[in-house]
Design a protein around this ligand. Structure first.
Ligand SMILES: CC(C)(COP(=O)(O)OP(=O)(O)OC[C@H]1O[C@@H](n2cnc3c(N)ncnc32)[C@H](O)[C@@H]1OP(=O)(O)O)[C@@H](O)C(=O)NCCC(=O)NCCS
Length: 205
């Protein structure tokens, strides 16, 4: 039978849940700027919001996050980024709500690599919202989820001049790995399984 050709291939991805977050996937969080935000997984309806967030980034943010300066985020790209398989990979965001309007201020995600049983993490926080703990709470939450899933290690590639990012990872005991790169630092952290050691404490608890 002919495929339903009017439905673009990319819209066939199904949204998935993050079972480790329990039945209520949204957490209300108060950060050091005194404001309240909501932490939750990205979902299908965030496509447009993610594009808006992307277009708020300046050139330096793009370089730090993507290692180059992508000029645009197509609808297709945004669609794939909000519809990741959340049972395997992870994509969390922090939003602010004003009435019916929701704005994304930060995204933390990891990609799971089966072969090594490790998760590679990356973040981006809106320039006007930095320094109030957004990346820190996202990292802590992602570590907790990865730990529950039995992921053995977390890994990150960070530019050597990205002091804020290096500081956050080192606060959470990530260790610099030997690397020949003059530009990037590779950081790694072993995750204890929840049975072995007490759970990680995130700031909002
Ligand atoms: C790196 C980034 C994610 C941090 O986000 P953030 O929400 O501002 O981070 P937080 O507020 O949670 O924490 C910032 C920490 O860095 C520290 N910091 C900030 N600037 C610093 C600097 N120049 N040197 C050392 N530490 C610094 C802060 O004091 C804070 O640490 P503390 O909690 O111990 O006080 C954000 O700057 C960003 O989006 N950068 C562009 C994209 C990027 O670099 N992504 C990383 C790719 S892996």
């Amino acid at each position: 039978m002919r495929e339903q050709y009017w439905v673009p291939q990319y819209t066939k991805q199904e949204p998935t849940r993050v079972p480790e977050l329990g039945s209520v996937e949204i957490k209300k969080i108060r950060l050091s700027d005194g404001q309240t935000y909501f932490m939750r997984p990205l979902h299908s309806s965030d496509e447009r919001r993610l594009q808006e967030f992307f277009y708020s980034h300046n050139a330096e943010t793009l370089m730090l996050r993507y290692r180059h300066q992508p000029k645009q985020m197509s609808r297709e790209k945004a669609h794939s980024l909000v519809n990741v398989d959340q049972r395997r990979d992870l994509a969390l965001c922090l939003t602010e709500r004003q009435g019916p309007k929701q704005e994304i201020h930060a995204v933390g995600r990891y990609f799971y690599l089966d072969k090594e049983n490790l998760a590679e993490v990356a973040f981006v926080v809106r320039e006007t919202k930095r320094g109030s703990g957004m990346a820190t709470v996202l990292l802590c939450q992602m570590m907790k989820i990865a730990q529950k899933r039995g992921v053995a290690k977390m890994l990150a590639y960070v530019r050597r001049d990205n002091q804020a990012m290096l500081h956050i990872f080192e606060n959470y005991d990530f260790v610099r790995q030997p690397s020949d790169s003059l530009e990037e630092v590779v950081l790694c952290r072993t995750l204890e399984s929840t049975g072995q050691k007490s759970e990680l404490m995130c700031e909002e608890e």
